[in-house]
Design a protein around this ligand. Structure first.
Ligand SMILES: [Zn+2]
Length: 238
């Protein structure tokens, strides 16, 4: 199945937090979107890999994604090496996305910057004819996405462009709240972490609100690019 957009996240919930509203908007506009989680988030302080599998499936359904897969890399310890790049290349060639979304280029959690570079490098390598990959015993065709964009996570990174997601922030919030084990829950007896605070979950909303303020809409999500943003016409900018 060819997808228009393939979103990668180091952990289940990264995609929802970073670009859930943009994905919901693209799907509403008829795009086919898939999500690939690199790890099962087994090192997360709260919940467990099994719980997070269920939460990720529920969140994906809420957003309306066409596919969601988990590569089960080692949380915290996966590397940007040939073995891991080949696994990503297989996914890129399998789904042939025009646009790839991936983790923030630099962040508090080491897996985010690492996952970002891993996916970006694999997207380049995926376009090289002489790298042979097989899926279900069939040799895959080379494929390089037209664009790789990085969403923004914990750290405040200046976006290169922002997407107006005013009508989709509620859908994003609903998808995030599908991860019931992970975020602010006054009834939880599990240990506190930076992402279980009330302030963190509020920050996802207030960053979107602030980016929206800066472009004159209610809510926006920001992304960084690896090269200049090109337009056909000056009218393309809103
Ligand atoms: Zn993460």
């Amino acid at each position: 199945m060819k997808l228009d957009i393939l979103a990668f996240g180091a952990h289940p919930d990264d995609v929802e937090l970073g670009c859930g509203a943009t994905i919901a908007k693209e799907i509403a506009n008829g795009k086919k979107v898939g999500v690939i989680d690199l790890t099962r988030g087994e090192l997360g302080t709260r919940g467990s890999a099994d719980i997070r599998d269920i939460e990720a499936a529920n969140a994906g359904k809420i957003l309306g994604v066409s596919v969601r897969e988990n590569l089960a890399f080692a949380d915290g310890f996966f590397l940007n090496d040939k073995e891991h790049q080949l696994e990503i290349i297989k996914m890129v060639r399998k789904y042939q996305p025009d646009v790839v979304l991936c983790n923030a280029i630099d962040d508090r959690h080491i897996d985010h910057g690492k996952g970002s570079k891993l996916v970006s490098d694999a997207c380049f390598l995926s376009g090289l004819l002489k790298i042979e990959t097989k899926i279900e015993n069939t040799v895959q065709e080379k494929w390089r996405p037209k664009q790789v964009y990085h969403y923004i996570q914990w750290k405040n990174i200046e976006p290169d462009f922002v997407v107006d997601v005013s009508n989709f922030i509620e859908k994003k919030t609903e998808a995030i709240l599908a991860y019931t084990s992970q975020f602010y829950d006054p009834k939880s007896n599990e240990p506190e972490t930076p992402i279980t605070s009330r302030n963190f979950i509020d920050s996802v909303n207030y960053r979107a609100r602030d980016l929206g303020r800066l472009i004159g809409v209610e809510y926006a999500e920001g992304f960084t690019t690896e090269r200049f943003v090109a337009v056909d016409s000056l009218d393309d900018l809103i």
